[in-house]
Design a protein around this ligand. Structure first.
Ligand code: DX5
Ligand code: ZN
Length: 229
């Protein structure tokens, strides 16, 4: 199934929780994936960091490929890398269904969004809290999704920046009606409701999920808080 179809499934199910696997147990990846599937998550959010665009270094193609073999859940690849255009094809081959890259990492997002879409994958830009939205004004119609960062990209466990809420509200009005809005960073039981109310469809949560031994109750709690908005 194409990434575009996976996006449509997520649109129908929204608002949904996407676990960020940054803090999972990589020594037991299969067990982690099964636990997340049983907890009822709708997709996996994969944070690819290169130690250059952001100071942190995480993982790349082999882990995305491994996850592709382990699950049929949609894979949402968040590229926090310099010059992401070099790796679009490789991450599509590795199994990405949704792909976002940072507006701050490229000169012109337009050809990259077009390339990702041509490859059948849902395409979007990610924006750090300090980046003016106008920087991407020419490209909103090319975005299948937009990732609003509510912390500066780079690390899990940071505090939610409430400035994301105005950005979500603005983008909800500005984007194509079928585009999805994603928010990432500091999403927890206190912040998730406000993000959903501001228009977020895809709510990424890392530490709020992985600090618990049992993922089911927290995923259900977060989902309930998002849905009730
Ligand atoms: C930060 C990453 C996030 C992060 C979320 O650069 O993009 O996906 O892991 O973690 P929490 O939910 O702990 O802020
Ligand atoms: Zn992320």
């Amino acid at each position: 199934m194409s990434g575009r179809n996976r996006l449509a499934e997520l649109r129908d199910a929204a608002p949904v929780i996407l676990p960020s696997l940054l803090m999972c147990d990589f020594g037991n990846l299969e067990r982690e994936v099964r636990a997340l599937e049983e907890a009822g998550v709708s997709a996996l959010h994969l944070d690819v960091m290169d130690g250059c665009f952001v100071p942190n270094f995480t993982y790349g193609l082999p882990i995305v490929e491994a996850l592709r073999r382990l699950t049929t859940l949609p894979l949402d690849v968040h590229l926090m890398i310099s010059r992401p255009e070099r790796y679009i094809e490789a991450f599509v081959r590795a199994g990405a269904d949704l792909m976002t890259f940072h507006a701050e990492a490229v000169e012109d997002p337009e050809p990259i969004l077009r390339r990702i879409a041509e490859l059948g994958v849902a395409a979007g830009v990610a924006l750090n809290p300090a980046t003016p939205l106008e920087q991407v004004d020419a490209c909103w119609d090319l975005c299948d999704l937009v990732l609003v960062m509510s912390v500066p990209a780079g690390f899990g466990g940071q505090s939610f920046d409430p400035g994301a809420l105005d950005r979500l509200r603005y983008l909800r009005k500005t984007l194509r009606h079928d585009a999805l809005l994603e928010v990432d960073g500091g999403i927890n039981e206190t912040t998730i409701g406000r993000c959903a109310a501001a228009g977020a469809d895809l709510l990424v949560a890392g530490s709020a999920i992985f600090r618990h031994a049992d993922y089911g109750p927290v995923v259900r709690k977060l989902t309930g808080l998002a849905v009730s908005q």
